[in-house]
Design a protein around this ligand. Structure first.
Ligand code: COS
Length: 375
């Protein structure tokens, strides 16, 4: 039912205008509002905080369907669900949940997760943004880069360094409201893909953030970011899976309809084998995504599983979309047939919420830890 509801929504609300929004870098404001009303923006949040009370498996099914049609809409959904709502629900206190989570999970407002900086992407412990303790508030200064929902969000979870000498153990996560004095939304990025989502740099100059807006204990910010990103990666893996399976659906349809040398091109082995390889890899990616979601739902450690799911699904997304363009030939190279957009959208899944190289670091460390535990 969840998959069908997400598929219907994507077909009726997201497909119309998706090419224009991509061309014009237009945020899908109307569709995002409807996503909130339908419960897609706080799927896993407890109903006590206006969420859908669903599990991670339900969330990835919905993410896949929405991503097949519009990966810009699905990244907005993914950030709000798995980084902002999940982070606040799991590590926020009751007042923070009442004040912020209830509005974020219902979709009344949306949130952003702010870790990356001009000089801290993969090397996330090197935070230059500072949050200096001033008694009952922190003084926040610095710049964040490539922030999804950068201008459309109302609430920002901002990682910042409070005690440089403590390294990553001196980082805090602060809840920043858009209208706080000294907070400026910077330029909108002109991107290769997911062009319907708004990605901005953010500038903080002497922003006074009340102490009660810190998530968790003093110095918990980096752990908060790592734990939250681990779940976020399941959402991005599901997004990559959706982009890949959307490309396969379009390529299969086109290959059946298009005729060359007297038969449909799907009857030529050169094309049929491409479809077979795409389908096999997509199914493997789907199982990795579902396993990571299932482990999370079971309360088991999912760090390695989410990294594997994201690594593999994003590489399959890139591969499958390139093949889908190839199968479409000249038609694949023009916007009307959607596959060139899917190819451009696929690329970011290998980069954000931890590059493929970072996922390999996480996986390798887990594998070596397991090996030393056996030895
Ligand atoms: N859960 C909880 N804690 C974690 C964790 C996880 N999944 N991963 C790391 N940590 C903790 C470590 O336990 C360590 O804390 P202690 O020293 O108290 O034990 C701390 O975080 C630092 O970890 P580590 O020493 O492994 O740091 P590294 O600098 O080697 O980097 C990686 C760790 C590379 C995994 C991390 O920096 C990372 O994920 N980078 C990518 C960030 C990212 O995704 N950026 C995209 C931004 S969002 S679009």
């Amino acid at each position: 039912m969840i998959r069908d509801a997400a598929r219907d929504f994507a077909q009726t609300e997201l497909l119309p205008g998706v090419i224009e929004r991509d061309n014009d870098q237009k945020f899908p404001a109307g569709a995002v509002k409807k996503m909130g009303e339908l419960g897609f923006l706080g799927m896993m949040t407890d109903p006590a905080y206006n969420g859908g009370g669903m599990d991670t498996l339900s969330y990835v099914l919905a993410m896949e369907e929405i991503s097949k049609i519009d990966a810009s809409a699905s990244v907005i959904m993914s950030v709000n669900n798995s980084l902002v709502c999940w982070g606040l629900e799991t590590y926020g206190n009751e007042e923070q949940k009442q004040k912020y989570l209830t509005r974020l999970a219902s979709g009344e407002i949306i949130g952003a997760f702010c870790l990356s900086e001009p000089e801290a992407g993969s090397d996330a412990t090197s935070q230059r943004t500072t949050a200096i303790d001033q008694g009952d508030y922190y003084l926040l200064n610095g710049t964040k880069n490539w922030i999804t929902n950068g201008n459309s969000a109302s609430i920002y979870l901002v990682m910042a360094q409070t005690h440089v000498s403590k390294g990553h153990r001196g980082i805090n996560c602060l809840i920043v409201e858009k209208d706080m004095d000294g907070f400026i939304v910077g330029k909108k990025e002109d991107k290769l893909g997911i062009r319907g989502s708004d990605t901005h740099s953010l500038m903080f100059t002497d922003v006074k953030v009340p102490k009660e807006n810190r998530i968790g204990e003093e110095g918990f910010g980096f752990k908060f970011a790592m734990k939250t990103l681990s779940g976020g990666r399941i959402g991005i893996a599901a997004q990559a899976l959706g982009i890949a399976s959307g490309a396969l659906e379009l390529a299969s349809k086109y290959a059946t309809e298009r005729k060359a040398f007297g038969k449909s091109i799907s009857q030529h082995q050169a094309i049929a084998f491409k479809l077979a390889d795409m389908a096999t890899k997509i199914e493997a990616a789907r199982l990795l995504v579902m396993k990571a979601a299932w482990l999370k739902d079971q309360g088991q450690n999912y760090d390695k599983a989410s990294a594997m799911a994201k690594l593999y699904a994003s590489e399959v997304a890139m591969e499958a979309t390139v093949e889908a363009v190839q199968i479409h030939g000249g038609y694949g190279f023009v916007k009307e047939y959607h596959v060139e957009r899917l190819m451009r959208d696929a690329k970011i899944t290998q980069i954000y919420e931890g590059t493929s190289e970072i996922q390999r670091i996480v996986i390798a460390r887990a594998v070596l830890d397991e090996a030393s535990a056996i030895a």
